[in-house]
Ligand binder design. Structure first.
Ligand code: ZN
Length: 139
């Protein structure tokens, strides 16, 4: 019991090293391409056994275009602990968070991704709740 408690404390202090499966990243990039020039938006889901490995995106109905940020806030409730954050695309190609993105990141989730047009393996970035860039490894 003691061992587990000290382990938990240690984990909460250390920075989390996020991972994403290459198949999930491909799915994100393909989805973003398929709705271009609209914005693609979804939620990031982790594996139960590997709580920092993103392996699936959860699509929200009716978020293909328009005010996706408003849609996300509507849908985003902590109903599912396997959902850790958000993913959206920037058709502009600029994959850094806007001030609206930062506000959204602070409200929900621990990890966020933005993919920029032309949606390649290198045109994306992961961010924490404050909009700071964080490393994410593709596995
Ligand atoms: Zn954005």
């Amino acid at each position: 019991m003691k061992f587990f408690r000290s382990k938990e404390r240690k984990q909460s202090v250390q920075p989390v090293s996020w991972k994403i499966t290459s198949s999930c990243l491909s799915m994100i990039l393909e989805s973003a391409k398929s709705v271009y020039p609209n914005e693609f938006i979804g939620l990031l889901r982790v594996e139960q056994k590997h709580p920092h490995t993103i392996y699936e995106i959860v699509l929200l109905p009716g978020t293909v275009s328009g005010n996706s940020h408003a849609m996300l806030q509507l849908h985003m409730r902590p109903f599912d602990l396997s959902i850790v954050g958000t993913i959206h695309s920037h058709p502009s190609g600029f994959y850094y968070p806007s001030s609206a993105d930062r506000q959204l990141f602070q409200k929900y989730g621990r990890v966020h991704m933005i993919v920029g047009y032309p949606y390649l393996e290198k045109t994306w970035m992961a961010y924490d709740s404050w909009g700071n860039q964080i490393p994410m490894t593709v596995i």
